[in-house]
Design a protein around this ligand. Sequence first.
Ligand code: ZN
Length: 176
Amino acid sequence: MDKLEKQKCPVCFKNILTLTEDNMEIPYFGRVFLFSMQCQDKECNYNMSDVETEEQKEPTRYTLEINSEKDMNIRVVKSSNAGVKIPQLKMSMEPGVASVGFVSNVEGILDRFKKVIEEERNSTEDEEVKDNAKKLLKKIWKVKLGEFPIKLIIEDASGNSAIISDKAKIEKLKTK
Ligand SMILES: [Zn+2]
């Protein structure tokens, strides 16, 4: 990654925000630019990242059936504008300012959910919450082994997101 320049951090307002930019060619999708910003102040630690396609894309919904271990390697491009849903596990990532963009794979998406659930489990004394977290983590583990089929849905009004697989169903997303 190239370090572009140093800018003011939008959170602590110190001039120590490092911007980095990179790009990569995603087969069957095109070139995507990756941006990330990291505040060097240890107490602030602000960071954000996003992806953007070189070509303007249509608002799109991708739906992927995940039912084998091999599906973990399917590549996923998720921008900050994307909503990610796994209805069977009642899990979602919402688009918006707190959202980040990244290029990963199905396993990477599951690991992000897993991390959130683990943090929730570790920061509560509530036995019921702990118990639910434990059950959900077990399900994610089974999904990774291909033993618990789920649907992964990614909707992106900006068109900057994609699931790169022949198995993915692609629909045009209606925008209001
Ligand atoms: Zn900062």
